[in-house]
Structure formats: structure tokens, C-alpha cells
Write a protein that binds this ligand. Structure first.
Ligand SMILES: Cc1cc2nc3c(=O)[nH]c(=O)nc-3n(C[C@H](O)[C@H](O)[C@H](O)COP(=O)(O)OP(=O)(O)OC[C@H]3O[C@@H](n4cnc5c(N)ncnc54)[C@H](O)[C@@H]3O)c2cc1C
Length: 607
């Protein structure tokens, strides 16, 4: 590129150094002799920084590991008729930045998606009939089936060392595991984490209601484990500093402690931190490299034979838009594919909480230790009177509940006359470790025609590039999901209170981690871009079997540019009740297999 600093070419340039980017890099750098370069916009970090000490103020309240919205954000509006506004504070999701991305400070819940989720459009049409499906529904099949991914799921589980108990081993239902999960070929690499005290009440309550609680699959190791790459990590010590933090002992699987140690041994791998990719550079339908701002703020051209975007959903989508690759989706006409199927996992919580007789010691915990209930997951056991096509999952996690500063003052309604003063302080101290909501809900988020992403016409980043604009709102359907979730979570709370001999109360007013959707009954919530929910945003560059309906093929190869791959949850046509990261890893492994086993044999053609 004329006038710009141009570097020596590499074989593969990867934009983004999180789970997706470093996993693809590891596969390519260890299984081939290709020279692989990862460009990561954020700083280097790892065990050394985490071991220096965890501080709730820095890491949780000041979001030390997250993308700073003052530097880069998105804009949001509910409908195309609205004017979008920039999200200026940490909002409904929190993208990570720096080596490892959000994979450093994630929680570690690592469940697989259900079998029918990969063929959702076909499945719903067969089950309910196309005419009975809600208008505007835009769910799609992925173009691959669960069976195509099962082996990659297993490879991902071994990479992470997932701790859990199988509930469906080659079709055999095993009590104590998740009997509603898709069939797996192997038991988990490590046994489940040790349940915490408060979890036992969820278990008792859910069992009393006739449900089938199981230990959540966790990437926080239950014991020392060595993965197939020879990387050994210690078992979790339940220190509690988990989501929002990097692990101080490496028990939680993170890109920095599973992938980087392997990559660092390779001479054909390089990671450049503080380098933000701004464009995929291309000519005549072929990517020729990437343009990025280097650590000194200088525009730099990095030529490459293969370009892989792994910058997570919003930035993957935005980079394609900024680079002018693909056709922007237009909800009015339904034309174009880039930016469509924007989804955000649906969550809600009970409107009640349990006051326990004794302290729970809830500071003894781990990011993914918990029980789940999948009795309503998928569509086999959902009652049609709910108005829902699919149910969702419930779980009791403990991690966000213990943080002393952010949860101080969590008092059930009516306990003290006001929320200040000596009485309030005393009650807060007495209540802090005794009040808990036992269950939260996670539901699928269907894709709808009206929810999408494009470039904002008004707001730009520091370099003058348009911000990504999200047009996203809840429909009546999600409202019914949240109501359903609140109701069942409330029933589990009540059963847990009975089991514990505790008191069931209205949930407190001050809960930092209260789901944004614990809304008033009878009032439909709007999507709230400023209240945190989950960092599970998907779509924008979805996968499929035809370029008319997808941006990338099932190997995550761009339909219009065979040497460009777009990897991550941007490829997911809709959002699951299960957390996404294990599936992100499985799909990335499949993409790596496609590049190595197919693309390299016939470079520059579609595979
Ligand atoms: C608090 C928290 C808890 C979570 N808990 C769970 C959980 O329990 N289970 C689960 O399944 N998921 C969980 N997640 C989600 C999980 O972290 C993500 O699904 C996962 O990290 C996605 O991996 P990724 O590599 O695709 O994207 P990311 O982790 O977001 O990595 C993308 C990387 O790209 C970099 N990047 C972005 N733009 C550019 C650019 N232009 N140039 C260069 N680099 C760029 C970013 O800095 C980042 O490092 C959690 C997330 C958070 C924040």
C-alpha cells in the first residue's frame, strides 16, 4: 500500500488474540510450517500479572480487563426509526481486550449445544409447521450437524480439561449427569468440581420438584490435569476470584495458560500486542493482508496469504463492513447478508431470594461451580401454554454472589427502613453472606429479521472509522421467555428455601449482578444496552451452505474471498441457552481442519 509502512509478508495474519485467534494459530503453527502472526489490539498479560494480586475494585468495578468504552464502543438503537446513541459506559456485554481476550476473565461454564440447535430452522418447521412460526423469525440451519462437531467438541474439552459428569454417554442416560445433553462419545476429561454449600440447597430443591440437577461442566479444573498438548495445570482452590479475573494459579483454562505455552515454543509463530487491525486489504477478490495501527500509532500494512478474523462478534462484523467485503444486510428488503442475525442470549432471574439461617461461606467458590437443570431445555418438555417453542436452562452458580464490595448492601425488601444509616449497615453485614437467589435462567435467543448490525452514520472511533451500530430489541417472544424463566427460577428458590429451612423473600434492590431482565411483571422490557447481561453476542457473519443466506461457508471461509476466514460466534445463526465458548472452540477447530486438510491443497478456492 502506497505511503504506508509495509512489513515482510507472512503466510497467515490473524486479527485478534483471544480463544478463537490463538486456537487457530496453535493448530496452524503446530500442524503446518506456515508462518503465523497474531495481531492483538490489547496489552500482553498472563499468570505473572494475575499472581500479583486480585483486586475487586480494579478488576470488577473498574473492569480492568475489558475493552475501554472511552476508546471503542458500539452504538445502539431499538428500531431503524430511532437514532442510535453510543454506549459510553460498560454495557450489556463486556468485550475483553489484551492477550487471551475475554477468555482470560470468563467464568468457565462449558456446555455443548443441543443436537437440534444446529438444524433449528428445519427442526422448528417440521415440528410446528412453517405457518405456525412467529412472523419475522430468521433462525437458520448451520449447515453442519452436531455429529459433524462431536469430535471437535471432545478435542476442545480435552484442551480445556473440562470437569463434569456425562449424562448421555453414547445414548446411555446416566443419572447425576445432564441426561438431556446431546450424546457424547467420552466421559469428561476430569470429574466435577466439589459442590459449594449453598449449591446443595439448589440440588435438594430442584430434585424435590422432580428435575434432574447436574454439575455444570467447568473449565476450572477439579484436579491437576495434563492436556493432549502436554500442558499441565493445577486444580482449582475455590479462591472465588474468577469471572472478571485471570486465574492466579492457572486452574481456569485461559488462552494464556493452554495455547500460548505451546505457541511460544514455535519459531513460526509471533504475537504482536497493542496492534489494532482496521482493514482487511484486498484486491480482485483476494485478501492481500491487513492494515493495522501499530503500538506507536503508525498505520502499517502486513501482507499475508491467508487472513483470519478472530476479533469476536462485533469487531469481526465491523472489520468486514469497514473493508467493504460482502453486502450489507437491509431489514427492509431482506437483501444482503452482512450484519444479519444479531442475537444476545436471553436471561432472567427470580423475583425472590432465600434468606438462610447460617452464613453460606459463599466466598469459597469458582467461576463455573454450580448445578444446572436442563429439564426444560430444547423443545421436548416445554408446555405449549407458555407460548414458547423452546424452554431454556436453569443454573445455580455462586461466583458473582460472593464479591464483598459489589454485593454489599444486598438486603431483602422491607428489612430496614432506609438504605443508609447505622441500622442499614448492621443489617447489611448480617445479611451479606446469608441471602442468595438460587436459580438463574438462560434461554435461546432466536434471530429476528429486524435485529442487525451496520456502520453508524454519525459516530466514529479515534481514527475516524464509523462505530458499529446495533439495532436490537426484545420482542413479545423474549418477554414470554423471561417471564417463564422468572417463574421457574422462583419455584426453585422456594423449594431451596424449604430444603434449607430458610425464608423466601422478595429479592433485594441492590444486586450488582442482578440480571437486566428481572423486570416488573406485566411490563415488557426493552433491550437495555447499559445493564450487563452476558458477553454472549452472536451473528453478523453467519455460516451456512449458500452465499445468498450466509457470509461464510461451514468452514468459516468467506464466500466472496476464499483466503479470508471469519472465526468465532459471529458465525452462529442464532443464540443458544448454553454458553457459547466450547462451541466457539469446536467450530474454530473444524475451521482449522478445513484450512489444513482442504484449503492448503487447493489454495484460493472455496472448500
Ligand atoms: C465476565 C465474563 C464471563 C464469561 N463467562 C463465560 C462462561 O462461563 N462460559 C462461556 O461459554 N463463555 C463465557 N464468556 C464468554 C467468553 O469469554 C467468550 O465467548 C470468548 O472469550 C470468545 O472468544 P473469542 O476469541 O472469539 O473472542 P474474545 O475473547 O473477545 O477475543 C477477541 C480478541 O480480539 C481482540 N480484538 C478485537 N478487535 C481487534 C482488532 N481490530 N485488532 C486486533 N485485535 C482485536 C480483542 O482485544 C480480543 O483479545 C464470558 C465472558 C465474560 C466477559
Amino acid at each position: 500500500m502506497t505511503g504506508m509502512k509495509t512489513l515482510k509478508p507472512v503466510d497467515v495474519a490473524v486479527a485478534g488474540g483471544g480463544w478463537s485467534g490463538l486456537l487457530i494459530a496453535k493448530e496452524l503453527a503446530t500442524r503446518t510450517s506456515l508462518e503465523v502472526l497474531v495481531l492483538e489490539r490489547g496489552p500482553a498479560r498472563g499468570l505473572k500479572e494475575y499472581a500479583e494480586g486480585m483486586d475487586e475494585v480494579d478488576y470488577v468495578l473498574r473492569n480492568k480487563m475489558m475493552q475501554n468504552p472511552a476508546e471503542l464502543t458500539i452504538t445502539h438503537r431499538h428500531t431503524p426509526a430511532d437514532r442510535a446513541a453510543p454506549v459510553r459506559q460498560y454495557g450489556s456485554f463486556k468485550p475483553g481486550t489484551g492477550t487471551g481476550g475475554s477468555g482470560e476473565h470468563w467464568g468457565g461454564i462449558s456446555d455443548r449445544y443441543l443436537e437440534d440447535f444446529f438444524i433449528l430452522e428445519t427442526h422448528l418447521k417440521e415440528k410446528y409447521g412453517a405457518a405456525k412460526l412467529p412472523a419475522g423469525l430468521a433462525v437458520q440451519d448451520w449447515g453442519i450437524r452436531y455429529a459433524d462437531l462431536e469430535e471437535c467438541y471432545w478435542r476442545a474439552e480435552q484442551l480445556l480439561g473440562v470437569s463434569g459428569k456425562a449424562g448421555n454417554l453414547r445414548g446411555e442416560k446416566i443419572p447425576g449427569g445432564n441426561i438431556f445433553e446431546a450424546p457424547r462419545q467420552h466421559e469428561y476429561p476430569t470429574p466435577p468440581l466439589v459442590p459449594t454449600y449453598s449449591m446443595s440447597f439448589f440440588h435438594k430443591g430442584a430434585t424435590e420438584l422432580g428435575y434432574h440437577p447436574y454439575p455444570l461442566p467447568a473449565s476450572n479444573l477439579s484436579r491437576t490435569y495434563t492436556n493432549p498438548d502436554g500442558i499441565s495445570r493445577a486444580g482449582c482452590v475455590y479462591c472465588g476470584y474468577c469471572p472478571s479475573f485471570g486465574c492466579m494459579i492457572g486452574a481456569k483454562a485461559q488462552p494464556s495458560n493452554t495455547l500460548l505455552p505451546v505457541l511460544r515454543r514455535r519459531r513460526n509463530f509471533a504475537l504482536r500486542n497493542n496492534c489494532c487491525v482496521r482493514r482487511v486489504v484486498h484486491r480482485s477478490g483476494k485478501a492481500t493482508g491487513v492494515m493495522y495501527m501499530d503500538e506507536n500509532g503508525e498505520e502499517t500494512f502486513q501482507p499475508a496469504d491467508i487472513v483470519i478474523l478472530t476479533a469476536w462478534t462485533p469487531q469481526n462484523t465491523r472489520l468486514l463492513m469497514l473493508s467493504g467485503i460482502g453486502q450489507q444486510y437491509d431489514p427492509a428488503t431482506g437483501k444482503g447478508t452482512l450484519g444479519r442475525n444479531l442475537t444476545h442470549q436471553v436471561t432472567s432471574g427470580a423475583r425472590s431470594a432465600v434468606v438462610f439461617k447460617e452464613p453460606l461461606n459463599s466466598f469459597v467458590t469458582s467461576g463455573a461451580v454450580g448445578y444446572g437443570v436442563a429439564d426444560f431445555d430444547g423443545d421436548e418438555r416445554i408446555d405449549s401454554s407458555t407460548g414458547l417453542l423452546r424452554g431454556g436452562a436453569f443454573s445455580r452458580g455462586t461466583a458473582p454472589e460472593y464479591l464483598p464490595i459489589s454485593t454489599f448492601g444486598r438486603i431483602p425488601a422491607g428489612e430496614t427502613p432506609r438504605n443508609w444509616g447505622a441500622e442499614w449497615k448492621k443489617t447489611s453485614i448480617r445479611m451479606w453472606d446469608r441471602v442468595a437467589s438460587m436459580a438463574g435462567y438462560r434461554g435461546d435467543h432466536f434471530a429476528w429479521r429486524q435485529n442487525f448490525m451496520d456502520l453508524d452514520p454519525t459516530y466514529t472511533d479515534r481514527w475516524g472509522d464509523p462505530l458499529l451500530r446495533m439495532t436490537l430489541d426484545w420482542t413479545d417472544y423474549e418477554y414470554r421467555q423471561m417471564e417463564f424463566g422468572s417463574r421457574i427460577a422462583g419455584e426453585i428458590n422456594a423449594a431451596a428455601a424449604r430444603a434449607a429451612g430458610g425464608k423466601l423473600v422478595e429479592s433485594g434492590e441492590r444486586q450488582t449482578h442482578k440480571p437486566q431482565f428481572a423486570h416488573a411483571p406485566g411490563r415488557r422490557p426493552r433491550y437495555n444496552a447499559s445493564a450487563y447481561s452476558t458477553t454472549h453476542i452472536q451473528g453478523g457473519a453467519i455460516m451456512g451452505t449458500a452465499p445468498e443466506r450466509s457470509v461464510v461457508n461451514t468452514w468459516l471461509q468467506h464466500w466472496n474471498m476464499p483466503n479470508l476466514f471469519v472465526v468465532g460466534s459471529s458465525a452462529f445463526p442464532q443464540n443458544s441457552s448454553a454458553n457459547p465458548t466450547l462451541t466457539i472452540l469446536a467450530v474454530a477447530l473444524r475451521a482449522a481442519d478445513g484450512i489444513i486438510g482442504r484449503y492448503l491443497k487447493k489454495p484460493e478456492s472455496l472448500i
